[in-house]
Design a binder for this molecule. Structure first.
Ligand code: HEM
Length: 495
């Protein structure tokens, strides 16, 4: 019997079982308030195509601690800083596990990946390794010249577009920069090129994979269907995943061949191979491949889409762009022309622009879903074991009780507020908080500031077809990350 036939015959039975589970779960617990679930599908219809917005609206009615049934999955939605503090500070350990989406099972990624592993020994080891070899202040300081080189290449590309008066796709261009920053940092090679004629094998596969992973998957609401993969998403994800892993394997094999003959590259791959040779049982080749995999998936689109939103907001608000630029020009008067990462603290308005962008457009509007390890009592309600936890940072960022004129882009608000995104101020947690906080935060912070600074310091930006700033489409669409409805394409003008 093929998968499709088996699926058709079993489907009614599976749905009836799912419904029984839905109803019994609701009766037996003191779940937080929430909309009453429909039979079988629960509250799926409440989600719509922009779930972060729909859940923000629902939480106005049911409060900052809300429960829903998404198919058979009990889901708790957190929508205020105080509640986020309860979850990711007071009960951080209890909520430190992950709810696993079906796509994360591609190539068994969920069993090896820092993002999806429960917060146990294997996860701790991967966090420690990535901090020690990549994200510590010392490693980041030592790798600054590499990021400078990549920003210079980005500026050279924009300069070429100026000469030909060609519009640039800001998000796409930033994505290429991020891919190359990471591939040079890890392997001392560029995985991508700005010109569209060169091979884009790596980028194309990463993009396709992200697109597939961003689609709603019925298996995530009815895990009982996972053996059927009814939409074929896991099958397609496996294909892309395999191509990406083949590229990593190629690089690792080439390095192993040259290791004995040539001098070292002193990059992350050299250090990880060293670690692997010292103690295979602690860190094997598969751990290494999956670590590379997760860092490219988590570390490219998040940064490039934030940069795209920041540029879009500045072009949409020309007086703010001017303010940011004059701050940079003033600082750079007595210095070499290229910004150093150590200059960032002296650019408070630029920092405020990045914070304001992350407040309005967090790339991961629900963070990465957490899961309760055991039943937890919160404010007299029970968050049951295995419940999926979504923290709606998008809703927190636009709550009028927390922010004046919450929908407006006003970086100035952060000049007075002592609020930072380091995980201590729960009204602004685009990188999460607690033990699962994003390990790439410091790298993202540096990249965002130096890229944005360089783009506005050296160029002015004109919209295509003489569109006026106030006519820009500032809408968003929900996927693996929160993207712009319309990609930002602008023509650079040399200043
Ligand atoms: C603007 C840029 C970025 C944003 C907004 C962002 C946001 C996040 C968020 C919200 C999480 C989940 C936190 C939680 O579950 O509570 C996360 C996890 C993660 N991020 Fe980032 N991230 C960014 C850039 C990066 C970069 C540059 C890298 C690495 C190169 C990276 C690697 C990771 C990894 C590996 C995890 C999983 C951590 C774990 O589960 O233990 N991220 N990030």
């Amino acid at each position: 019997m093929d998968n499709y036939l088996a699926f058709t015959l079993l489907f009614p039975f599976l749905l009836a079982t799912a419904y029984a589970i839905t109803i019994s779960g609701r009766r037996n617990s003191r779940l937080p308030p929430g909309p009453f679930p429909f039979p079988i599908i629960g509250n799926l219809l409440h989600l719509g195509d922009k779930p972060h917005q729909s859940l923000a609206t629902l939480s106005k009615r049911y409060g900052p601690l809300m429960s829903l049934k998404l198919g058979t999955r009990t889901t708790i939605v957190v929508s205020s800083p105080d509640m986020a503090k309860e979850f990711f500070q007071k009960h951080d350990h209890s909520f430190s596990s992950r709810s696993i989406p079906d796509m994360s099972r591609l190539l068994d990624h969920d069993k090896y990946s820092m993002v999806w592993l429960p917060a146990g020994d294997q996860w701790r080891r991967l966090r420690r390794i990535s901090k020690e070899y990549m994200f510590s202040v010392q490693r980041l300081d030592a790798s600054e010249p590499l990021r400078q080189k990549k920003v210079k290449e980005l500026l050279d590309h924009v300069n070429c577009c100026c000469t030909s008066e060609k519009a640039v796709n800001i998000g796409g261009m930033a994505f290429t920069t991020l891919v190359n920053v990471l591939s040079e940092f890890m392997f001392s090679v560029d995985f991508d090129q700005y010109d569209s004629l060169s091979s884009q094998e790596f980028k194309d596969n990463v993009w396709t994979l992200m697109e597939i992973a961003g689609k709603p998957n019925i298996v995530d609401f009815f895990p009982i269907l996972k053996m059927f993969d009814p939409q074929g998403l896991l099958r397609r994800g496996n294909l892309c995943g395999r191509k990406i892993m083949t590229i990593f394997d190629r690089v690792i094999d080439q390095r192993l061949q040259t290791l004995s003959t040539s001098s070292t590259n002193n990059d992350v791959l050299d250090m990880l191979l060293n670690l692997n040779q010292k103690d295979e049982s602690m860190f094997n080749r598969n751990d290494m491949r999956h670590l590379f995999f997760v860092l490219f998936i988590a570390g490219t689109d998040t940064v490039s889409s934030t940069l795209e939103w920041a540029m879009a907001e500045l072009i949409h608000n020309p007086s703010k762009l001017e303010k940011a630029r004059s701050e940079i020009t003033k600082l750079m008067e007595n210095k070499k022309n290229i910004i150093q990462e150590s200059d960032i603290p002296q650019l408070p308005y630029l920092q405020a622009v990045i914070k304001e962008t992350l407040r309005l457009h967090p790339p991961a509007p629900f963070l990465v879903p957490h899961q309760a390890i055991h039943d937890v009592e919160i404010l007299g309600f029970t968050v049951p074991k295995k419940a999926q936890i979504l923290c709606n940072v998008w809703a927190i960022g636009r709550d009028p009780k927390l922010w004046s004129h919450p929908k407006m882009f006003m970086p100035e608000r952060f000049l007075e507020l002592k609020v930072d995104y380091g995980g201590q101020d729960f009204e602004l947690i685009p990188f999460g908080a607690g033990r699962r906080i994003c390990p790439g935060l410091n790298m993202a912070h540096r990249m965002l500031h130096i890229m944005l600074c360089s783009l506005i310091q050296n160029f002015d930006w004109k919209l295509e077809g003489n569109m006026r700033a106030q006519d820009m489409d500032m809408g968003e669409k929900f996927g693996l990350t929160l993207q712009r409805n319309v990609p930002l394409k602008t023509i650079p003008l040399r200043l």
